[in-house]
Design a protein around this ligand. Structure first.
Ligand code: SF4
Length: 429
């Protein structure tokens, strides 16, 4: 019996799809080869923005067209927020909060020919406990995902995630250690500690915080490097950065969700810092990790954002000198306070501001690359293209070196030249 999984959205969704695949393998199902028709097709959806929901619906219609005769199972965040469209398509609906193990067992039963249960009329209640799922890596990857946390209690005014993913739930450190050791024993050279909002890790546990999760993984998998997903700036204290600098195998790449560089906009987003606080967090990191790659998220065209506030935002970002930036035009989400705010910015202006911010991001990126040329850094090689092997540095630069690939090699590379965002290197002696 074969299955195919298509995943939209964040690293947590990718991790959960990898876990579902692992559970299906354990039941004797096999991932369909490319071009091979699968008996069951699974779509793991995303609803973080209006665009993400639109892409989820579009993907569902395409999968239905391309896999006539196969059972289409739709799950994930979009089924939690707006399940009706999936029902209307006639697909089998497993709401995101039902859990990945429920999804996997439904797929197994369908693959065994059992009649699919009728799709639920409402989404399953939000989970109270963190579902234990096997970590894992997509086929042929060197980097494993380990989900240490789910949910969020922050309720930023533009975000639906707390309503889709529920309250903060954390995987206790001993279980993180066990999973990190298992992934490392499988030969995976990098482990990405991810979650919906990892800075909230441990809020639900009696005596654990994010640094306990990281040190547990580090001690259990000393031969793998650890990478963190997005950090909430208000938690990036001097104390945390001091503790992070004591973790021997931690990558010096940090992603900070800035969202706006304007003190006029941040409070209306219900973010928990101002630009001075953000810059302190950035300085805390850079004082301990002087060569770190620091990336950030930015929303452009938030309701009420004036030209002056946007200009101030760009000026602040220029001062932060990120190594890269993910830029999103604001997208109203149903039921969020921001969606009901007056002064919604026209889409043309949102897109124009996003273009300007991406140009700045490109300039910052090239400046950061220029600052890295001439350095020798360890690179984890993971793929090959055009006779060159390609991998990532700890501070998250993609580097290519001539020669044949042996996936999972971690080798010292001298960064010799760049062409735009492309970085070329030579193996160091
Ligand atoms: S921190 Fe804010 S933006 Fe991030 S998931 Fe939580 S509510 Fe959403």
């Amino acid at each position: 019996m074969t299955f195919h999984i298509e995943t939209l959205g964040c690293k947590v969704n990718q991790t959960e799809s990898a876990a579902v695949a692992e559970l299906l393998h354990a039941h004797g199902l096999r991932r369909a080869e490319a071009e091979e028709k699968a008996a069951v097709v699974i779509l793991n959806t995303c609803a973080v923005t209006g665009e993400a929901s639109r892409k989820s619906r579009q993907a569902a219609r395409r999968l239905m067209r391309e896999n006539s005769g196969a059972a289409l199972v739709i799950s994930g965040c979009a089924t939690q927020l707006e399940p009706q469209w999936a029902r209307d398509l006639g697909a089998i609906l497993v709401s995101g909060s039902a859990g990945r193990r429920v999804l996997a067992s439904r797929v197994v039963r369908i693959a065994l020919g059992e009649a699919p249960e009728p799709s639920p009329q409402s989404a399953a209640p939000l989970p109270r406990d963190l579902e234990r799922l096997p970590g894992g890596a997509a086929p042929g990857r060197t980097r494993a995902m380990l989900k240490i946390q789910d949910g969020c209690d922050n309720f930023c005014s533009y975000c639906v995630i707390p309503r889709i993913r529920g309250r903060v739930r954390s995987l206790p450190p001993p279980e993180i250690a066990a999973e990190a050791a298992r992934l490392s024993a499988l030969g995976l050279r990098e482990i990405v500690l991810n979650g919906i909002e990892i800075s909230s890790y441990g809020r639900d546990l009696p005596d654990a915080s994010l640094i306990d999760a990281i040190t547990a993984a580090s001690a259990a998998a000393p031969n793998a490097r650890l990478r963190l997903t997005s950090l909430e700036p208000s938690t990036v204290t001097e104390e945390l950065c001091g503790a992070l600098s004591g973790v021997p195998n931690l990558c010096d790449h940090f992603h900070l969700s800035l969202q706006s560089g304007s003190d006029g906009v941040l409070p209306r987003m219900l973010r928990k810092y101002d630009t001075a606080g953000f810059f302190r967090a950035l300085s805390n990191l850079r004082s301990r990790f002087p060569n770190a790659g620091v990336t950030a998220d930015l929303i452009c065209g938030f309701p009420g954002e004036t030209d002056a506030q946007f200009d101030a935002s760009l000026t602040f970002i220029g001062r932060c000198a990120f190594s890269d930036m993910h830029v999103f035009p604001y997208s109203a989400r149903p039921g969020t306070p921001a969606a009901a705010m007056p002064d919604q910015i026209p889409h043309t202006i949102r897109r124009a501001r996003a273009r300007a911010a991406r140009e700045l991001a490109e300039t910052m990126r090239e400046r950061f690359i220029a600052s890295q040329l001439g350095r020798t850094l360890p690179v984890l090689f993971e793929r090959e293209s055009g006779g060159r092997r390609i991998g990532y540095t700890g501070n998250y630069l993609e580097v290519s070196v001539s020669g044949a690939l042996s996936r999972g090699d971690m080798l010292n590379v001298s960064l010799t030249r760049a062409r735009g965002s492309e970085i070329f290197g030579e193996l160091a002696e």
